[in-house]
Design a protein around this ligand. Structure first.
Ligand code: C2E
Ligand code: SIN
Ligand code: SIN
Ligand code: FE
Ligand code: FE
Length: 509
C-alpha cells in the first residue's frame, strides 16, 4: 500500500505529522491527483463524521455534497497547473448542525496531494456574530437618530419596522398602539403583509394574544398559529397570510404600556437567544421612540396652548395701558392693524408677522411706568419730564426680555422712537441699523398719534398728517417705506376692515 510505503520511507516526517495532528486537531487526507483518498490522519478522531471504511479509496468529491465536490475539483486543478497550495472553505450540514471547514491542498509527490482540513466553525460563528452585532448596532443607531430627529410618530414606526424586518429576518411585523382614551389596541403600522387583514384590529387589554401580552407585560410566543386560528378571528382574511409562528412583544416605556409589536413568520424559524435578545432590544427602542413622538406631539400642543395664553396676557396688558387714556383707547389696535398691512405691502415673510403683531401691541408697554401726571399732562412736557418719557422703550425691553417667546417681537418696543437721520431715542440709531419692523411701525404710530386727539393737542387732519409724513421722509422716516405707506393709506384707507374709522377728516378717495 502506498500509505505503508509512505510510512516506511518517511518515518521521521510522519511522526512529526502525527505529533502535529495531536496538537492541532486538524484532519489530513492523502489523495491521488484525482481526489481518491489513499490515507488519512485524524488528530481528534471524533472529527471524522464518516467511518474510514466508508471513505477510504473513494473520491473525496463523491463523499462530499456536490457543491463542495466542485470546490475540491477546482483546488486539485489549481495544483495540477502548478500552484504550491490551494485553499477552499465549505459548509457541511452535519447531524450536530452546520459546520464550516477550511481545507488547504498541497502537492505531496507528483502523484499525491495532501489535504489539511480544519474545523473553523467557531471562528466562523464568531465572525458571523460580529457582523450581525455590527448590523444590529447600526440598526439601533439609525433608530436613535430617528428618535432624536423628532420624526413624527408614523415615520418613526416605519423606520423601526424596516429594521425589525431586515435585522430579524422575519416575514411580517406590525405595531398596535394602545389608545389612551378608548384603551383599545389599534393597528398603527405594518410591514410584509399580503393582505389588509390586520389593519382593522381593535383589541381590549387581555383580548387576543396581543391583548394578553399588554395585560401581562410579557412577550408571548405561539409556535404554530395554524392550530390556533381562533385568536385571529379578528380578521377573516388572516388565513390568507399563511402565518406559522407568532410573537407579541409589549411596548413599555417609563413603566407604561404603549402598545404591542407583533412578529409573524410563514415558516417555523429558529429563534436563538441572540435573536430573542435583539427582538427585545428593538421593542425597547420602539417603545422609547413612540413615547418620544407622543411626548413631542403633546409638547407642541401644550406649546400652542401656552402661546395662546401668552397672547391673551399681552393683549390684556396693552388694553390696560390704553385704558389709562380714554382718547387713545383704540390706538394700539389701530397701529397694530396698520403696521401689519404695511408689512404685507412690504412683502415681509408671513412667519415674521406674528412677531410684528406682538411687538406693535406692546410698543408703548413701557409707559406703564410713566406717572399719570406726565402721561396725561394737557400741555408740553418739561425737560425733566421728557427725560422720564424717553425711558419708555428701555422700560419695555426690561419688562419683556425675561419672556423668551417675545424676543423676536422686541425690536418694535425697543426702537420705535428711533429716527432715520439719527437723533431718535433710546439708542440714537440711524438708517438701516434701525430694525425694519421698528421703521415700519414708526410710520403707523406717528400717523395714528397725529390723526387722533391727545391730552396735549387736538387731532390733525389726514391731509396734514400725510403732508407731515411726506416731509419727514429721510428725516424721521425711512424714505423707502414712506411712499408705500402713503399709497396704502390713500388707496385703502387707514383702518382695518374690522375697525371703525376714527378720523376727523374722511379719507380722500
Ligand atoms: P404718542 O402720543 O403715542 O406719540 C407717538 C409719536 O407720535 C411721538 O413720539 C411723535 O413722534 C409723534 N407725535 C405725536 N404727537 C405729535 C405732535 O403733536 N407733533 C409731532 N411733530 N409729532 C407728534 P414722541 O415725540 O417721542 O413722543 C412719545 C410720547 O411722549 C408720546 O406718545 C406721548 O405719550 C408723549 N408726549 C410727546 N409729546 C408730548 C407733550 O407735548 N405732552 C405730553 N403730555 N406728552 C407728550
Ligand atoms: C432687543 O434686544 O431689544 C431687540 C433688538 C432691537 O430692538 O434692536
Ligand atoms: C422682526 O423684527 O420681527 C422682523 C422684521 C424684519 O424683517 O426686520
Ligand atoms: Fe412710544
Ligand atoms: Fe404709540
Amino acid at each position: 500500500m502506498i500509505t505503508e510505503f509512505m510510512l516506511q520511507n518517511l518515518p521521521d516526517s510522519d511522526q512529526r505529522l502525527e505529533a502535529m495532528f495531536q496538537a492541532f486537531d486538524d484532519l489530513m487526507f492523502i489523495l491521488d491527483r484525482y481526489g481518491k483518498i489513499l490515507d488519512y490522519r485524524a488528530g481528534d478522531p471524533s472529527q471524522l463524521y464518516v467511518s474510514p471504511e466508508k471513505f477510504m479509496h473513494r473520491k473525496m468529491q463523491d463523499i462530499m455534497p456536490p457543491a463542495v465536490g466542485r470546490k475540491i475539483d477546482d483546488a486539485l486543478l489549481e495544483l495540477h497547473k502548478g500552484s504550491p497550495v490551494s485553499q477552499i472553505e465549505y459548509v457541511l450540514p452535519l447531524p450536530t448542525g452546520e459546520r464550516w471547514f477550511e481545507a488547504r491542498l498541497v502537492p505531496f509527490t507528483n502523484h499525491q496531494r495532501v489535504m489539511f482540513v480544519r474545523d473553523i466553525t467557531r471562528y466562523k460563528r464568531s465572525e458571523l456574530q460580529t457582523r450581525r452585532q455590527l448590523d444590529q448596532l447600526a440598526a439601533l443607531r439609525s433608530i436613535d437618530l430617528a428618535i432624536s430627529s423628532g420624526l413624527d410618530l408614523h415615520l418613526m414606526m416605519s423606520v423601526i419596522l424596516d429594521h425589525v424586518h431586515a435585522q430579524l429576518n422575519i416575514d411580517a411585523a406590525c405595531i398596535l398602539l394602545l389608545d389612551p382614551k378608548s384603551q383599545l389596541l389599534q393597528y398603527a403600522a405594518g410591514r410584509g403583509f399580503y393582505t389588509s387583514a390586520l389593519q382593522y384590529t381593535r383589541l381590549r387589554a387581555g383580548e387576543g394574544y396581543a391583548g394578553q401580552a399588554v395585560q401581562h407585560r410579557k412577550m408571548l410566543h405561539i409556535s404554530n398559529l395554524k392550530n390556533r386560528q381562533t385568536d385571529f378571528l379578528r380578521s377573516p382574511f388572516f388565513s390568507k397570510e399563511n402565518f406559522m409562528s407568532y410573537y407579541a412583544v409589549p411596548l413599555i416605556a417609563k413603566g407604561q404600556a404603549l402598545g404591542v409589536m407583533e412578529i409573524f413568520q410563514r415558516t417555523s424559524p429558529k429563534a436563538d437567544s441572540d435573536w430573542l435578545n435583539f427582538l427585545d432590544t428593538l421593542a425597547g427602542q420602539a417603545a422609547i421612540a413612540i413615547d418620544n413622538a407622543i411626548l413631542f406631539k403633546d409638547l407642541q400642543w401644550s406649546n400652542t396652548e401656552l402661546m395662546q395664553a401668552y397672547d391673551k396676557t399681552i393683549d390684556g396688558w396693552s388694553r390696560a395701558l390704553d385704558l389709562r387714556d380714554r382718547e387713545t383707547e383704540t390706538h394700539t389696535r389701530r397701529v397694530t392693524e396698520l403696521t401689519l398691512r404695511l408689512a404685507r405691502h412690504m412683502e415681509i415673510p408671513e412667519a415674521d408677522l406674528i412677531h410684528i403683531r406682538r411687538g406693535a401691541i406692546l410698543h408703548d408697554i413701557g409707559k406703564v411706568a410713566i406717572s399719570d401726571t406726565i402721561l396725561l399732562k394737557p400741555g408740553p412736557l418739561s425737560e425733566s419730564e421728557w427725560e422720564i418719557m424717553r425711558q419708555h422703550p428701555l422700560i419695555a425691553v426690561e419688562l419683556l426680555t425675561p419672556i423668551a417667546y417675545l424676543a423676536p417681537a422686541l425690536p418694535i418696543p425697543h426702537s420705535h422712537h428711533e429716527r432715520w437721520e439719527g437723533r431718535g431715542y433710546p439708542d440714537g440709531l440711524s438708517g438701516e441699523s434701525i430694525p425694519l419692523a421698528a421703521r415700519m411701525f414708526a410710520l403707523a404710530d406717528v400717523y395714528d398719534a397725529l390723526t387722533t386727539n391727545r391730552p396735549y393737542r387736538r387731532a390733525w387732519s389726514q391731509a396734514d398728517t400725510l403732508d407731515f409724513i411726506r416731509a419727514q421722509a429721510g428725516k424721521h422716516f425711512d424714505p423707502n417705506i414712506v411712499p408705500v405707506f402713503i399709497n396704502m393709506v390713500l388707496e385703502e384707507g387707514d383702518a382695518g376692515t374690522s375697525l371703525t374709522p376714527l378720523l376727523k377728516d374722511p379719507p380722500k378717495e
